[in-house]
Design a protein around this ligand. Structure first.
Ligand SMILES: Nc1ncnc2c1ncn2[C@@H]1O[C@H](COP(=O)(O)OP(=O)(O)OP(=O)(O)O)[C@@H](O)[C@H]1O
Length: 291
């Protein structure tokens, strides 16, 4: 696989994108370190903003090694729930446990260090850096921070060895996402879909056990969407756990094994895609909502 060239659009049209998850690639040397049977357990989560109760006593869990969908009409509380889980917001009530540890109210970086990671849009200031530079910065302040912290000051060989180790891992992840050939491209020049791949690659570099994906397919063309899904299924096969917020109902129904429905801050119901599709309450919530 070439590590040179600036064909920024090459990843947009991959005729070889696998449709069968069994054909999905496997990331060498990766895999989650700890995965509890139920890595994520949310209990009685509540959050109000002034008079608006965004999350109103939500309880649910996510099984390890699954792709679980979190859906609901606009304003149902999905983003707020993500923010409460990842420490961006503190709940008024309730608890969040990750890998059997109470992480309620912890700082976002502490939660990421534990292996619960959310994908983030590439910040404006990172757009002037290349894909490779973006990747090299990714572990700092997140889970890979331990790699940097453990460097003894003044011991140059250690620093070099650790940088080499990081670089090797970076190339592994870039190759896994098929974006190694645009490593020298500025992040600001990437297409919407390529950014999404880079965002996920950065998140993966932090050695997560579980990834929270907030509309990862927004603005992504169908062929790249297929590729992103292929990667997600490949990672799932390796034991990674995913919680996905997504408005495209067909995509959720075709790809998630379990679906949780939020409505007005509460869990309306949960089950297999087939259960959810035929659930009258869900249909009503969506018809009443502004989907
Ligand atoms: N910071 C905030 N201040 C005030 N109200 C907020 C705030 N964040 C969310 N809300 C309100 O809380 C409710 C839930 O919002 P949230 O964004 O969590 O829903 P959502 O399911 O993610 O919606 P969407 O699908 O439209 O993104 C909405 O009524 C929203 O207006």
């Amino acid at each position: 696989m070439s590590k040179t060239g600036n064909d920024a659009d090459a990843t947009e049209t991959d005729p070889n994108a696998a449709e069968n998850p069994a054909d999905a690639p496997i990331l060498g040397g990766g895999g989650p370190t700890v995965t509890a049977e139920r890595p994520l357990e949310v209990e009685g989560l509540r959050k109000s903003f002034g008079g608006i109760t965004a999350v109103d006593g939500a309880s649910f869990h996510v099984e390890g090694g699954t792709l679980t969908g979190l859906i609901g009409p606009n304003g149902a509380g999905k983003s707020t729930t993500f923010n409460l889980i990842t420490g961006m917001l503190s709940p008024d009530e309730g608890t969040v446990a990750f890998n059997d540890e109470d992480i309620t109210g912890m700082e976002p970086h502490a939660i990421a260090n534990k292996g619960l990671v959310r994908t983030f849009q590439i910040a404006r200031e990172l757009e002037d850096m290349t894909v490779l530079e973006n990747m090299m910065l990714a572990p700092k302040g997140q889970r890979g921070e331990k790699l940097w912290r453990s460097v003894t000051p003044g011991v140059r060989d250690d620093v070099i060895a650790q940088e080499e180790e990081l670089l090797e891992r970076v190339w592994d992840v870039l190759e896994f996402f098929d974006i190694d050939h645009i490593a020298d491209e500025y992040a600001g020049n990437l297409s919407g879909g390529q950014r999404k791949l880079l965002e996920m690659a950065r998140a993966l570099l932090t050695d997560p056990d579980m990834l929270l994906l907030d509309e990862p397919f927004a603005g992504v063309n169908p062929s790249l969407e297929k590729r992103l899904l292929k990667h997600i299924h490949g990672l799932k096969e390796q034991g990674y756990t995913f919680l996905l917020v997504e408005h495209d109902m067909d995509l959720i129904m075709e790809n998630c094994e379990h679906v949780i429905v939020l409505h007005q801050g509460r869990i309306l119901t949960e089950g297999t895609p087939a259960d959810i599709k035929s659930n009258e309450e869900v249909i009503e919530a969506y018809l009443g909502g502004n989907v």
